[in-house]
Design a protein around this ligand. Structure first.
Ligand code: FMN
Length: 384
């Protein structure tokens, strides 16, 4: 397992995370739905595009500043919402949101976090977005909106690709539960992760901090992750409910998980301000297209009506450039920072951001652009 300072790309951080975590926890981050085709395709799709450089330009200073969701960010990418960070490191969401703040970028907090939205707000002054679901318990959804306003979250993000949980077979084979249950059968998969086990004893604290007070089922002991998720999600949610939620919120309203131009047009109609073009990192619908391939068709359909954020498969600075060149306003990352979190808490997340930032700066200089707004369609072409 490489030391943090010897992790020179996201793939190295993944290797380190693998060495640090018990197998069920690593697989929970690393896995996707069914045969994981969509998950692999999310990254592989970037190989279908080439970057076209322009030389003999003054590229002495490179500026990564980007304005998205009404907020000035130091980077054109931010942290996607991911649930249950305590599974991966005892610094949990706090390690990730503090790292985002250090880099002047936005942190998205998942409804399914192991730190409450108030605790995250108190931990960092940086820009924050809360990711919300429309639960069967609508009162809980309404309550989240009030709490986010009270804690001054900049944006609200409705995830729509999870009316039920995807089929994550690695979790089934590993007997993954929330909170984790160490049984004689599962002991050996935990046995070599001494540091993780030690911290488990010091601070178990595996609660879904935003919802525990209302979710009676959690009081009934350990239950399968899939069972829990399925019991809370509402398959009857429609565009009318999304419109209702958009009305409750005063600031930027983001819809996460769309891929089709038709859905993007509906998002414009209900008053969304941005889309996260995403397939949940290949964890939901197997066979869904790679987000990077969806940008141009969505842009063609809606013009500049919405900001577009590409989320899924980004592992390199050049991937970010390819997404921006096709019309995305910003990008977002999930697993890359979770591998960092598992590798070393806040320091590990910072390592992942350092690596992607350095790759992005270097590649922009080699491409011949100084600013994010200079990255345009002519810099990218489909591979023949
Ligand atoms: C461990 C894990 C947990 C996630 N939890 C959530 C979640 O609670 N809500 C959500 O909208 N997306 C969730 N996602 C999806 C991410 O927000 C994001 O769409 C995805 O990770 C992007 O793909 P990437 O990991 O290839 O960057 C999760 C992803 C992972 C890997």
């Amino acid at each position: 397992m490489p030391a943090l300072k010897n992790c020179h790309n996201i793939s190295d951080l993944r290797q380190r995370a693998k060495g640090k975590l018990p197998k069920p926890m690593f697989d929970y981050i690393d896995g996707g739905a069914d045969d994981e085709w969509t998950m692999r395709r999310n990254t592989e799709a970037f190989d279908d595009y080439e970057l076209m450089p322009n030389y003999l330009k003054d590229i002495d200073s490179i500026d990564l500043k980007t304005k998205v969701l009404g907020t000035e960010l130091e980077l054109p990418f931010f942290l996607s919402p991911t649930g249950m960070s305590r599974l991966f490191h005892h610094e949990k969401e706090l390690g990730a949101c503090r790292a985002a703040n250090e880099f002047g970028t936005l942190y998205s907090l998942s409804t399914m976090s192991t730190t409450s939205l108030e605790e995250v707000a108190a931990a960092t002054p940086g820009p924050k977005m809360f990711q919300i679901y429309i639960f069967k318990d609508r009162e809980l959804t309404r309550e989240f909106v009030h709490r986010c306003k009270a804690s001054a979250y900049q944006a609200l993000c409705l995830t729509v690709d999870t009316p039920l949980a995807g089929n994550r077979e690695r979790d089934l084979y590993n007997g993954m539960t929330m909170p984790p249950k160490i049984t004689p059968k599962s002991f050996f998969s935990y046995g070599t992760s001494f540091e993780w086990l030690f911290n488990l004893m010091l601070s178990p604290n595996f609660k879904l901090a935003n919802v525990t007070h209302r979710v009676d089922a959690l009081g009934k002991g350990t239950m399968g992750l899939m069972d829990y998720v399925n019991s809370q999600f509402d398959r009857t949610v429609t565009w009318d409910d999304a419109a209702w939620l958009a009305e409750q919120w005063d600031g930027p309203f983001v819809i996460k998980g769309l891929q089709s131009p038709e859905d993007a047009k509906r998002a414009v109609e209900i008053g969304a301000s941005a889309l996260m073009v995403s397939n949940h990192g290949g964890r939901q619908l197997e066979g869904a297209p790679a987000p990077v391939d969806c940008i141009a068709p969505i842009r063609d359909a809606i013009g500049d009506e919405l900001e577009l954020i590409v989320d899924g498969g980004i592992r390199r600075g050049t991937h970010i450039i390819k997404a921006l060149a096709q019309g995305a306003n910003a990008c977002s990352i999930g697993r890359p920072y979770l591998y960092g979190l598992a590798s070393g808490g806040q320091k590990g997340v910072e390592r992942s951001l350092t690596l992607l930032k350095a790759e992005l700066e270097r590649s922009m200089a080699l491409l011949g652009v100084n600013n994010i707004s200079d990255i345009r369609g002519e810099h990218v072409q489909r591979r023949r």
